[in-house]
Design a protein around this ligand. Structure first.
Ligand SMILES: *Cc1c(COP(=O)(O)O)cnc(C)c1O
Length: 451
C-alpha cells in the first residue's frame, strides 16, 4: 500500500453545508413550545439563539446552505483535515478490513467542535450581539467557543460541568488563555444552579444542568445569546464539512465505506461525518452502507432510551425536543468521556434511529481505553476518551470481518485527541477505572411519550 494519507487543499473546503432534513422521507418531528404545545417557530428561538442559527434550526427544505466566506476563511486555520488509512491498526488486528479515519483532532483546540463554534460566533457578531454564554462538559466545546469568540471579538461566559472543571483543569486553562470566563456548574450564579446545589450539595454537575445555567444567563442579560455545541440541527449542519471532505478523500482512496462510525454525545460529530454519506443511502445509490453511533454504556440513550418529547436541559428551559432520551433528570456516572455524558440525542438522529437508517452500540468504559491504547500504539495519536468509543466499535467490526474473512471498508471520525486527558489514561493504567452499568430502574420515561 502506497498512500496512507489523503489530503485536500484549501479550495476543497466545502462551499455549503449539507442539510439532510431536506432529503429525509420522514422528517423529524417538530420542536414543541412547552407553554403553548405548538411547534416552535423562528421567532420563538431568536431570544436565545442568533437569527441565522434559528432559521437553520427549522430549515427542512434547503438541501445546501452556503458557508459564509468569512467562516470558510476561519476554517482555513486547520481545514481541510486529513483522511488517514489506519494501516498500523489493521496490521495489529490482522484484519482484512480497510480502516480509514477522518482526523478532526488537528484543529487548534484538538476537536471537531470548532466547525460549529466559528459559524455560530460569526452569526452572533453579524447580528450585533456582544456577549455569548454556553456550557461545556469535558471542556472541548468551551475551548472551541473561546477561540471562536476571541476571533470575532465577543465576550464569552462558560458554565463547565463541575467534575470536569476539577478533573480537567487544562481545558479550563485553555479557555482562560483565549479570554473566556469559566464558572463551575452547578454554581450559585443562577436560579437553576442554586436549586440543584441546595437539593444535592455534592452533585458533580451534568451537561443538562450547565445548559440550564447558560440559558438562564443569556435570557437575563441584554445583548447576550446562548450558543450550543451539539444536539441541535444547526450544529449538526455545521459539522457536515467533515463528511463532505471525507467523501472526496474516500474517492481519492478509490473506496467507498461499508460502515461509517462515530462516537455519540449529542450527535454533532456523528452527524457531521455520517449525513453526507447517508444522502447516498437515502437516494438509493449506496443502499447497504451501515451507520453506527457508539455511545457509552453508562449513558445509553440510543440503545436503551425512549423516543419521547423531552427537554434538552435539566431545568426545562429549552423547547421540547423529540429525542431518544434517558430523561432530562438522568444523572450519568462520572466517566472520563465527559463529552458523551448527555441524556438525549438530537431530533434528526433520533428520527433516523427510529426509522432504522442508522444503528447504535453501547461500549463500556474499560473497552474504550483498551481500544484507545491500541490505536495510540498503532497510529501514534492519543485519542480523546470520547473518540475512543468510535475506535472500540471499529475494532469490534474489524475483528468480525476477520472472523468472517470479509473485506469491509470502515470509516470513522477521530473527533479529537486526548493529550489533555492524560490523567484519565494514568487512572486506566493504574487500574482505577471501572465500568458503569445503568440499572433499568434508573432509565426514566422522559416527560411526554411520542407514540
Ligand atoms: C464533544 C465531543 C464529542 C461528543 O459530542 P458530539 O456532539 O456527539 O459529537 C465527541 N468527541 C469529542 C472529541 C468531543 O469533544
Amino acid at each position: 500500500m502506497k498512500t496512507k494519507k489523503f489530503l485536500l487543499n484549501e479550495n476543497d473546503i466545502p462551499e455549503s453545508w449539507y442539510n439532510v432534513v431536506a432529503d429525509m422521507a420522514v422528517k423529524p418531528r417538530p420542536l414543541i413550545h412547552p407553554a403553548t404545545g405548538k411547534p416552535i417557530e423562528v421567532d420563538d428561538l431568536v431570544p436565545l439563539f442568533s437569527r441565522e442559527a434559528s432559521k437553520q434550526e427549522l430549515n427542512t427544505t434547503d438541501r445546501w446552505i452556503e458557508i459564509p466566506e468569512v467562516v470558510r476563511e476561519a476554517y482555513r486555520m486547520w481545514r481541510p483535515t486529513p483522511l488517514v488509512r489506519a494501516a498500523g491498526l489493521e496490521k495489529l488486528l490482522d484484519t482484512p478490513a480497510h480502516i480509514y479515519f477522518k482526523n478532526e483532532s488537528v484543529s487548534p483546540v484538538g476537536s471537531h467542535k470548532l466547525n460549529s463554534a466559528i459559524a455560530q460566533a460569526y452569526y452572533c457578531k453579524q447580528e450585533g450581539v456582544t456577549n455569548i454564554t454556553t456550557e461545556t462538559g469535558a471542556g472541548q466545546w468551551g475551548a472551541a467557543l473561546s477561540l471562536a469568540a476571541k476571533y470575532f471579538g465577543l465576550e464569552l461566559a462558560v458554565y463547565m460541568v463541575k467534575i470536569s472543571y476539577e478533573q480537567k483543569p487544562y481545558r479550563r486553562s485553555m479557555m482562560r488563555t483565549f479570554g473566556a470566563e469559566v464558572i463551575a456548574s452547578p454554581s450559585m450564579s443562577t436560579k437553576a444552579g442554586r436549586k440543584i446545589i441546595t437539593e444535592r450539595p455534592n452533585y458533580q454537575g451534568s451537561l443538562g444542568t450547565a445548559i440550564s445555567e447558560a440559558v438562564e444567563l443569556a435570557m437575563s442579560t441584554p445583548n447576550c445569546k446562548y450558543v450550543l455545541g451539539s444536539v441541535l440541527n444547526h450544529v449538526a449542519l455545521h459539522q457536515t464539512v467533515i463528511g463532505l471532505e471525507a467523501e472526496k478523500q474516500m474517492e481519492m482512496a478509490g473506496e467507498y465505506p461499508d460502515m461509517v462510525v462515530a462516537c455519540f454525545g449529542g450527535g454533532s460529530n456523528f452527524s457531521g461525518l455520517a449525513f453526507p454519506f447517508l444522502r447516498h443511502k437515502i437516494d438509493g445509490s449506496k443502499p447497504s452502507t451501515q451507520f453506527i453511533a457508539a455511545e457509552p454504556a453508562s449513558c445509553p440513550k440510543l440503545t436503551r432510551g425512549k423516543f419521547v418529547y423531552d427537554f434538552g436541559d435539566e431545568a426545562g428551559y429549552t423547547p421540547l425536543i423529540p429525542m431518544y432520551s434517558l430523561g432530562h433528570e438522568f444523572k450519568p456516572a462520572n466517566i472520563h468521556a465527559g463529552g458523551l455524558r448527555y441524556h438525549g440525542a438530537g431530533s434528526i438522529v433520533s428520527q433516523l434511529i427510529h426509522d432504522k437508517l442508522i444503528e447504535a452500540v453501547d461500549i463500556p468504559q474499560l473497552e474504550t481505553f483498551e481500544a484507545a491504547t491500541m490505536f495510540a500504539r498503532a497510529e501514534g495519536i492519543v485519542p480523546a476518551p470520547e473518540s475512543s468509543h468510535a475506535i472500540a466499535a471499529v475494532i469490534r467490526e474489524a475483528l468480525k470481518a476477520r472472523e468472517a474473512g470479509q473485506k469491509k471498508v470502515i470509516l470513522f471520525n477521530l473527533s479529537g485527541h486526548g493529550l489533555i486527558d492524560m490523567a484519565a489514561y494514568d487512572r486506566y493504567f493504574a487500574g482505577d477505572l471501572r465500568n458503569y452499568e445503568v440499572p433499568d430502574a434508573d432509565i426514566k420515561d422522559g416527560v411526554k411519550s411520542l407514540e
